[in-house]
Write a protein that binds this ligand. Structure first.
Ligand code: IPD
Ligand code: CA
Ligand code: CA
Ligand code: CA
Length: 287
């Protein structure tokens, strides 16, 4: 499968299903939730994450019985990440920004992508609280609520607004690396923001509201749709090391303008060297 007609059908179907399922998120965000934790105190999940994923997968399986699925809450049951094959595969985050959802902070969304031959063909990121529907089809541009979007043309870090994550800051070595990188960005950029939803942050770069997004420690469902939306909006996504981006092992340096890439890679590398030296010195002085 991969004819444009078949993809058109998939797109129309998943759009309707997403809008329908997202009503659950919109109706529940202000109310009480059953909150459980997964990998740690910071890794929250609610009954709504599970419910929305079930509705999405049930709806898609019924319509596309031969397709494959990689959904966050399904993977969480076994902790085994399936291999991505060439078969049509839906990658689903039922609620991206669960912590925001728990706190009723309105940046939360459904993120769904369809990959064929390991390439994203359809990307949908829908925030039902703020009614932002970001969409993209490969080769057909990116849209916010049906209007074309374009990433920014800022090509110097000192003129950029940078989004970064700080979600896993309770794990010591990850915290030090994040803080070192934040320090480096703070010294140069116009400002730093942290939105709490990887999918929506990628879309903010896609629409030119931010110039850069950087984070490691993500999963395929956080990025699969957003990466297509950025690329279709004219932006660029690479691995933090400067190499090719891998949806299945995402370390994200996303930017509105690809000319920023060398400066970003260098900044992160230098920040990490500084952090490493600082840790070695701290260890020595505590001995
Ligand atoms: C999280 C969000 C957050 C990012 C975390 C993700 P979830 O996804 O995208 O912005 O920092 O790494 O796990 O758990 O809310 O779907
Ligand atoms: Ca989660
Ligand atoms: Ca997520
Ligand atoms: Ca999620």
């Amino acid at each position: 499968m991969a004819s444009q007609k078949e993809l058109d059908y998939c797109y129309d179907f998943v759009m309707k299903l997403t809008i329908e399922s997202a009503k659950i998120i919109r109706d529940a965000i202000q109310g009480g939730k059953n909150i459980e934790t997964k990998a740690g105190d910071w890794d929250l999940v609610t009954e709504y994450d599970k419910k929305v994923e079930q509705i999405l997968i049930d709806g898609l399986v019924k319509e596309f019985p031969t397709h494959k699925f990689i959904g966050e809450e399904t993977v969480s049951k076994t902790n085994i990440l399936p291999e991505l094959t060439a078969a049509p595969t839906w990658i689903i985050d039922p609620i991206d920004g669960t912590t925001n959802f728990v706190h009723a902070f309105p940046h939360t969304c459904i993120s769904i992508a369809l990959l064929v031959n390991r390439e994203p063909e359809i990307g949908i990121v829908y925030n039902p609280v703020l009614e932002q529907m970001f969409t993209a089809r490969r080769g057909r541009g990116a849209y916010l609520n049906g209007k074309p979007i374009k990433s920014s043309d800022v090509f110097e870090l000192r003129q950029s607004l940078v989004c970064i994550e700080a979600s896993y800051a309770t794990i010591e070595d990850i915290r030090d690396i994040i803080l070192g990188r934040i320090e480096a960005f703070v010294t140069i950029a116009h400002g730093i923001r942290t939105l709490g939803s990887a999918a929506l942050t990628l879309c903010h770069v896609a629409m030119g509201a931010a110039d850069v997004y950087h984070t490691d420690n993500l999963m395929p469902w956080d990025v699969a749709a957003g990466v297509l939306i950025i690329r279709e909006a004219g932006g660029h996504v690479i691995d933090t090391s400067g190499g090719d981006f891998n949806i299945m092992k995402p370390r994200v340096l996303a930017m509105g303008n690809r000319k920023l890439a060398p400066e970003l890679v260098k900044l992160v590398r230098l920040a990490d060297v500084k952090t490493h030296r600082r840790r070695v010195n701290d260890k020595k002085s505590s001995e």
